[in-house]
Design a protein around this ligand. Structure first.
Ligand code: URA
Ligand code: SF4
Length: 219
């Protein structure tokens, strides 16, 4: 897309969101240029009445090919961490701040993850709002800076506000959610745990944060 204009996803968001319409809408979305080099638009997955929503950054290589969120290595680690925190991964709605895979060609011809820009996150925001309206979770766990900033804006620092209960803001990017979650909690992204040199320590902290989130859920 010349000049990288990003009209935003709103035009593609159906009035009444169902999982089927979400999948079709995300796949057809032209709200920014990221659809051009991706295989699928990847919607969230999980029960539509899930008490907990987990938001990551963007689909990875495997998610792009499968059209399903969190099915690759980061997703496997996330599910392990959720289970270790006493949360059934299948009870969680798992999604991403951005719905198409952004990547660049590596030296060996492989596709290398390239994080989305603020423009992409802003353009894709209406899909996250649509998912929040559909699922109406009690609480939201934000994995990594991109997800956290998609809700709290670009001044949000995970290092300062990690692992604590945060009030849900009145608006995210100018849109209010029909039935806002009670809280959000930001933590490290499982991909960062996978890359970390203190992997076991970071995994333990991720599990601790997820335990805290589990403790905030009202049964
Ligand atoms: N990382 C993410 O943030 N989301 C996925 O779906 C996979 C990897
Ligand atoms: Fe639409 Fe989001 Fe995909 Fe951009 S990344 S085309 S806004 S679904």
């Amino acid at each position: 897309m010349a000049g990288k204009q990003a009209p935003g996803a709103q035009r593609w968001v159906p009035d009444r969101v169902t999982p089927q319409r979400l999948r079709a809408g995300v796949d057809q979305c032209r709200g920014c240029e990221l659809y051009e080099n991706a295989t699928h638009g990847v919607p969230g997955r999980g029960p539509r009445d899930a008490p907990l929503m987990v938001v990551g950054e963007q689909p990875g290589d495997q998610e792009d090919k499968a059209g399903e969120a969190f099915v690759g290595p980061a997703g496997k680690l996330l599910d392990r961490a959720l289970a270790a925190a006493g949360i059934d991964p299948e009870s969680v709605y798992r999604t991403n701040a951005v719905k198409h895979f952004r990547w660049e060609r590596g030296r060996r011809g492989n596709r290398l993850h390239k994080g989305p820009t603020r423009t992409h996150v802003a353009a894709c925001g209406p899909w996250l709002v649509a998912e929040l309206d559909m699922v109406q979770p009690q609480g939201v766990v934000l994995l990594g800076a991109t997800a956290a900033q998609s809700v709290y804006g670009s001044d949000f620092r995970i290092t300062e506000s990690r692992g604590v209960r945060l009030d849900w803001p009145d608006e995210i990017r100018g849109s209010s959610v029909v039935q806002p979650p009670d809280w959000a909690l930001a933590t490290m992204h499982p991909s960062a745990v996978l890359r970390s040199r203190q992997r076991e320590d970071d995994l333990a902290r991720l599990v601790e944060d997820l335990e805290r989130a589990a403790g905030l859920l009202i049964p």
